[in-house]
Design a binder for this molecule. Structure first.
Ligand code: SF4
Ligand code: SF4
Length: 248
């Protein structure tokens, strides 16, 4: 089983001379490719610990770089640059700058968990991808990605009423991500539902949108969940050394 490789050598550092003669010997052509040297100054020795402290990243230290996760990965099959094994390597080595270069790829994990089933060391690579995305956001390297916005909209509704109203989740998600509600696929979906769902269910859905029913006795549960979420956010920020100034 091949290990999908990804190199630390940056493409812009590769130099191929069309015409080059050294000591009278013509060394033109791609076989004499040179690599410009660079000094790595971006070590973050805390990076593995920081990501291990976030939910999903706990077992990153177990990785032995076999590459089974990348071989099994759904997104890697479409885009070879999506490489969980490589990112875990960067994190464990503390190559923050290299990791940040892939910030617009890492969040594209679709959480299929194929990597998790393939991993012989129970690293939970899917969890590591989630923790890494979260870490990139907390560190300010990326803005919250659509998946994080969706989670936020969904969770806010649960906190508020103890129930989910799908139409409202969609509307809020589309508004916050700047997307139009009049996309052709969405119109087709709504039209399909209107023609196929029983009238009774459609009426129920419509009324739920208007009146936003709440789960009975939800307040106590809501407060407990909100406390837990606040504690979790504070713990995550503490683990990354954020908010240290001004903390008690
Ligand atoms: S969960 Fe993410 S990293 Fe794992 S196989 Fe699926 S897409 Fe790839
Ligand atoms: S996370 Fe698991 S499957 Fe992936 S390289 Fe490490 S040990 Fe292998």
């Amino acid at each position: 089983m091949p290990i999908h490789e990804k190199s630390l050598i940056r493409p812009e550092n590769l130099v191929t001379h069309e015409h080059l003669t050294i000591d009278g010997v013509d060394v033109s052509g791609h076989w004499s490719t040179f690599i410009n040297s660079r000094v790595v100054t971006d070590y973050n020795e805390e990076m593995e610990e920081e990501i291990a402290a976030l939910p999903g990243g706990e077992f990153i230290h177990r990785c032995w770089q076999c590459g089974s996760c990348t071989n099994a990965c759904t997104v890697n099959a479409l885009n070879p640059d999506f490489n969980p094994r490589y990112w875990i390597y960067l994190i464990r080595m503390g190559f923050e700058d290299e990791l940040v270069r892939d910030k617009d790829l890492i969040w594209q994990c679709v959480s299929c968990n194929k990597c998790t089933y393939a991993c012989p060391r129970d690293v939970n690579p899917e969890g590591v991808m989630k923790a890494t995305t979260h870490w990139l956001e907390l560190k300010g390297h990326t803005r919250p990605k659509p998946a994080a916005v969706f989670d936020d909209v969904f969770a806010s509704q649960v906190f508020e009423t103890g129930k989910i109203e799908d139409g409202l989740v969609l509307r809020q998600f589309f508004a916050r991500t700047g997307q139009s509600m009049f996309q052709s696929w969405l119109i087709a979906l709504v039209r399909g539902l209107v023609f196929r769902l029983p009238v009774g269910l459609l009426t129920k859905l419509g009324l739920a949108t208007l009146f936003r029913p709440k789960t009975r006795g939800w307040k106590k549960a809501r407060l407990a969940i909100e406390d837990y979420v606040d504690e979790r956010h504070a713990a995550d920020r503490r683990a990354l050394g954020l908010d240290t100034q001004g903390a008690e």
